[in-house]
Ligand binder design. Structure first.
Ligand SMILES: Cc1cc2nc3c(=O)[nH]c(=O)nc-3n(C[C@H](O)[C@H](O)[C@H](O)COP(=O)(O)OP(=O)(O)OC[C@H]3O[C@@H](n4cnc5c(N)ncnc54)[C@H](O)[C@@H]3O)c2cc1C
Length: 352
């Protein structure tokens, strides 16, 4: 079917996390938009655990732009809950038990930067979780962290867009962006690798799998994370994740990943589990681990908002706001995320 763009300011392609937030902010700016999403393509947002976490890595350093992203994050999603009349934000600490003495010693030393404590507290005796976790060395508990129920949020967004009459359930042929009478912004997640306008960009997609598990008789409101994460979804139900694979980039769950996750779980936690669901998705990650945002080097009416990788929940609000400021007010995009950092790749593959 031909997508009608007359009278629109923007056509947003993809109603995952990226497209939904961008479309919402453009509507808030008074722009006329349509948002189109294909039931044919899977969405990694619907598989994601939705965790936002200001400290990462073995030494738990602050994540990129933590000071800018995190103070605003919960305010943004709380306001969104009110607008969409749905509950999806779950601000909870993440408990990261020390895996060994070496890591514990590091956290006892003065090598840990002072500003790390803006985002976390440290304890050296494991008191709270001694019946659940296979570590008695203590650990780090993060602040300003939690998880977003992305399925609930995306369904609420869909209802919101449908009620405004701006949602189209259809596959969009990227070539049609050339004849559209409005600006088209592609928010296709992993599918962008097949988009003829943006397949020159250095995507590095990563497949990930998660299990939903049932654990009887435990009370856990925090996320536990060490090697694997265990997120409390509801009474007795938890999400266990996640795997990372740069091969077989599809949405098919595999036995290998299931076994890997169960093994990691038993390293981390004591109680027995039963698996109730198994899902796979592909993270739209990039080679330089930074988002891909901006306008096409040749066709200025075609843009992209993508490359959120494994941190979409934390990155999407901040960079969607920045992109809207660029689109509506002409304010510059951060050079670290602007796709014009790869303009030479576009010329090299002979597009121009
Ligand atoms: C296993 C796993 C665990 C994860 N855990 C976390 C986590 O804990 N925290 C976190 O922040 N992130 C996590 N992520 C990453 C997160 O999923 C992504 O950062 C984010 O969801 C990407 O959103 P997106 O909108 O760019 O892509 P998607 O959610 O994939 O959305 C793209 C949408 O575009 C549509 N589309 C594509 N092409 C077309 C077309 N031609 N026409 C119409 N529609 C089209 C698709 O149908 C889809 O709905 C995880 C990912 C995986 C796979």
């Amino acid at each position: 079917m031909e997508t009608e763009t007359t009278g629109l300011d923007y056509l947003i392609v993809g109603q995952g996390l990226a497209g939904s937030i961008l479309a919402y902010l453009l509507i808030r700016e008074g722009k006329k938009i349509n948002i189109i999403d294909s039931p044919e393509f899977p969405s990694s947002s619907r598989v994601a655990a939705g965790i936002y976490n200001p400290v990462t890595g073995r030494k738990l350093v602050k994540t990129w732009l933590a000071d800018e992203l995190f103070p605003h994050l919960e305010v943004f999603y709380t306001e969104l809950e009110q607008v969409l009349d749905a509950k999806f934000l779950h601000p909870v600490p993440i408990y990261r038990p020390f895996p060994n003495k070496e890591v514990q010693t590091y956290f006892k030393s003065d090598k840990v930067s002072a500003d790390f404590y803006d985002f976390a507290t440290v304890e050296f005796e494991n008191i709270r979780y001694k019946d659940l976790v296979n570590s008695t060395l203590g650990g780090v508990t993060t602040k300003h962290s939690g998880w977003l129920d992305l399925k609930v949020m995306l369904e609420a967004f869909r209802k919101y867009f449908q009620e405004k009459g701006v949602f189209i359930a259809e596959k969009f042929n990227p070539e049609k962006a050339l004849s559209a009478t409005c600006t088209t912004i592609f928010c296709e997640g992993f599918q962008a690798v097949n988009n003829p306008f943006f397949n020159y960009l250095p995507f590095s997609p990563v497949k990930g799998e998660v299990l939903d598990i049932s654990i009887e008789g435990i009370e856990l409101s925090e996320i536990i994370n060490q090697g694997a994460f265990v997120v409390p979804l509801s009474a007795n139900t938890f999400r266990l994740g996640a795997t990372y694979s740069w091969h077989e980039l599809d949405f098919a769950p595999t036995q290998k990943a299931k076994e890997e996750l169960i093994e990691k779980y038993h390293k981390l936690m004591k109680p027995a589990i039963s698996v109730t669901a198994h899902q796979a998705g592909v993270r739209p990650a990039t080679k330089d681990r930074r988002p891909l945002i901006g306008m096409h080097p040749e066709f200025q009416q075609i843009g992209i908002f993508n490359g959120l990788g494994s941190k979409g929940v934390a990155l999407a609000p901040y960079f969607a706001e920045q992109f809207v400021d660029f689109l509506v007010n002409g304010k510059e995009l951060s050079p670290e995320v602007n796709i014009n950092r790869f303009a030479s790749l576009y010329l090299r593959v002979g597009n121009s």
